[in-house]
Each structure stands twice: as C-alpha cells, then as structure tokens.
Write a protein that binds this ligand. Structure first.
Ligand SMILES: [Ca+2]
Ligand SMILES: [Ca+2]
Ligand SMILES: [Ca+2]
Length: 410
C-alpha cells in the first residue's frame, strides 16, 4: 500500500465509523453492531496472474489483485508466501517485508505488489508464484497467483576471460579462420543443417529433442562471438529449437590443427559438440568412413570434454573415446580452447594447448583406418538424446554455445 492508499483507507475508516455503519476496519475504536451479524458463508479470496516485461533498470512492480467475491462486515486477512519457480528471490524479485494483507470490512480488492528487478541481460522468461494461506474471516478460492517475468533483453552475458590460443604455430600456416566478427554467418564457409533429421534419421539417430533452424533466434552474433541458442518453444512438432552449422563442401580439412575457443552451455540434457564427418564416404556409410569428435560435453558433466573416434565395419560404431576434466571449473565458466592436432595416421586432442589423448592408426587394430581423408567441421548444440538424457527441472533455458573463433592451420 502506498502512502496515498493508506491515507484513503484511514479516511474511509473515519468516515464509515463516524456514520456508524457496520464496518470494523482499523481506526475504529469500538466494535460496530454488525460485527457478528454475518449470515451465509464467508467471502472467498482469489488472486490473479500477472505477466509483465522485466524492465531494464530499477524495479518493475508486479501488481497482483487479491479480491473477495463479496463484501464482509468483518476485516478479512490473508497471509501469503512467494515461491520461486525459476525466478530467484533477491535476484529477480524482492520479497516484501510484510507477507499479510488485510481487507478492512467492506473492501473487496487489495493490491499485492512484488517488485521485480530489471537488468539488461538476456534471460529466459522467469516465474514465481504468490500463494495465499491462513485466511481469517474468508476462504481461499484461487490461492495461487502466477508471476511471469518476460525477458526484454538481447545481450547474452558471459565472462570474457579464459585461455586464448597463440595466433600462430611453428611449422603451421593459417589455412582459414572464422573470427565471427561479422553480423551474419559467412556463407562461403558455413551452411545450416535444419530440421529434426526426419524422415531419414529422426532425432538425428540419438532421440534428440531439438529442431535445428537458421533463424536469428537460434544463431546470432555479439561482440565478435557466434552464439547458438537452444530454447524451449513449440516448433515443427518439437519442443526445443537450436542450430547446427557445417562446412561440408566448402572447407575440406585433411590434417593440420584446429583451434576452437568457446564457452559451453551446461545443464542436464544439454549436448554441445564440435565434430567432423567425411567429405566423401570413401569406405562406405557411417561408421565405416569415420567420425572425429573434437569436443563433446554432456551438460550434467559440464567440466568434462570427450574426444572420440568412430569407425569399424558397422552397423554399430566401434570407438576410441577419451576425456579430460577441468580440475574444478566447468567449461561454462569462461573461455577454453578445444583443439585437434591431426596428421597422417595420428590424431591428438587438446584443451588449452595440452594434449589429453593421442590415437595412432595402430590403435584401431584390424579395423580400417579412415582418418587420412578429407573431413568437414560441424558445430551444433543438441537438446536431449540417448547419451545426455533429456532436460529436467534443473535445466535452465535458454542455453548458449558461445564461439569466439575457429582457426584451421596446416
Ligand atoms: Ca530487462
Ligand atoms: Ca534480463
Ligand atoms: Ca571472435
């Protein structure tokens, strides 16, 4: 209640009391004769739902209306609590000092104000609920009010620190690079692979949940970074959208060094990947012509990256997979550089310049070694799937794969 409202209530009380009408709001010093004269059931109490944009600074007042279905001759009071759904108390909204409302007798509507904290950082829509409880002289009808804080921002926040690779290496020359400094994807390097894999390999062969698009909602640029955003939305029969880009047919890679500087998303059911597939299926369909996974992280293990080769006679994959874990951080905390050093009959995986796996041709045993051929690069952010499992209530959306650069040396 603001000062003016307080004043109005006091004024109303004085007027009502002085007229000896049957009200007993605060301010009346003696009981009115109608106090115990109510007949029929007590009024019901309901709260509405509120949806508003967050705002960019200060607080935005979420004004819930709590209403009685009829006037009462008695004061009606109700307590309430605020329950976080995805919004965080103190960070996204402010819990009022008083968690109680009083309807002076005769009044049927009160405002319940929850201040929401504005900022200029992109988030998902956040939610909290206001839950009415412990009514006195009334009964609860609609006791839960939903508060939906709509995102109104476009700037993705991230920590701009972390490992940065050297710009050159002895014995290598830069073959091509994308520093992602432009406003759009360089079509001479990249194409999109859209959809959900259907009808050929629905869910991309892994029961993934996303539909890939080339819309700016799912892939965009900010301060020299490419951002792939996975977001929950109903789209083309799927419940999540994201993006997948590939250099197929445009930038064939055979041997050399690949450096990718990125901040990875995290959370259950989130699956970012940098990987390579053969330009030509020289030895036949997957997995016979090989697959090189430069980086795969499953979001419930956000500090652990996997480097994997898939090969073998099929139809299932034979594979060699090794992983590297950060000592304490996650790959979501700041930038890291994921690299491949690839030469004839040997592939090495690196994080921040340190080798964590080396596979030689001999390690494939009697299997055909398909990795001395041209491959193309794929960058994608999957949601759900057999390996990471599906997102759960702990998974925050949207999720961002933030790539600073991709550099290919030979
Ligand atoms: Ca805002
Ligand atoms: Ca915001
Ligand atoms: Ca960049």
């Amino acid at each position: 209640m603001n000062k003016r409202e307080v004043h109005m209530v006091q004024l109303l009380s004085i007027v009502l009391c002085s007229l000896s009408i049957t009200f007993s709001s605060s301010g009346c010093s003696s009981k009115s004769k109608g106090d115990n004269g109510d007949t029929g059931p007590a009024p019901t109490i309901s709260i509405n739902d509120v949806t508003l944009f967050e705002g960019n600074s200060g607080n935005t007042d979420f004004e819930f209306l709590v209403t009685l279905d009829k006037k009462s001759t008695r004061d009606v009071t109700v307590n309430y609590s605020i329950v976080s759904v995805s919004a965080k108390a103190g960070e996204d909204y402010i819990v009022p000092a008083s968690l109680s409302l009083t309807f002076p007798a005769g009044e049927t509507q009160k405002k319940l104000i929850i201040p929401v904290v504005g900022d200029d950082i992109k988030e998902g829509d956040d939610a909290f609920t206001v839950q009415l409880q412990n009514p006195v002289n009334g009964s609860l009808l609609k006791l839960v009010g939903s508060g939906t804080i709509r995102n109104d921002d476009t700037r993705v926040a991230y920590t701009n620190t972390g490992y940065d690779a050297p710009a050159s290496y002895p014995g290598y020359t830069l073959k091509w690079a994308d520093e992602f400094n432009g406003p759009s994807l360089d079509a001479s390097t990249w194409g999109h692979q859209n959809g959900d894999g259907c009808p050929g390999i629905c869910g991309w062969g892994n029961n993934e949940l996303e539909f890939y698009t080339d819309r700016p909602e799912n892939l965009y640029f900010q301060n020299g970074k490419m951002i792939i955003e996975a977001k929950p939305e109903s789209y083309q029969g799927k419940n999540y959208t994201s993006s997948k880009i590939l250099t197929q047919g445009k930038r064939p890679i055979k041997f050399g060094r690949i450096d990718i500087r990125a901040i990875l998303p995290k959370g259950k059911g989130i699956w970012p990947a940098f990987w390579l597939m053969p330009e030509k299926s020289v030895f036949g369909g997957w997995p016979r012509s090989g697959e090189i996974d430069l980086m795969e992280v499953v979001g419930h293990e956000p500090g652990k990256t996997y480097g994997t080769l898939h090969f073998g006679p099929g139809p299932g994959s034979t594979q060699i997979s090794r992983n590297f874990s950060l000592p304490s951080q996650t790959f979501n905390d700041e930038f890291h550089v994921f690299s491949l050093e690839w030469k004839e009959d040997q592939i090495k995986w690196l994080v921040d310049g340190n080798v964590f796996s080396t596979v030689n041709k001999a390690d494939l045993g009697s299997n055909n070694y398909p990795f001395n051929e041209e491959f193309f690069l794929i960058v994608n952010l999957a949601v759900g799937g057999n390996w990471p499992g599906n997102p759960d209530a702990t998974t925050y959306f949207p999720q961002w794969l933030i790539v600073d650069y991709i550099r290919v040396y030979q």
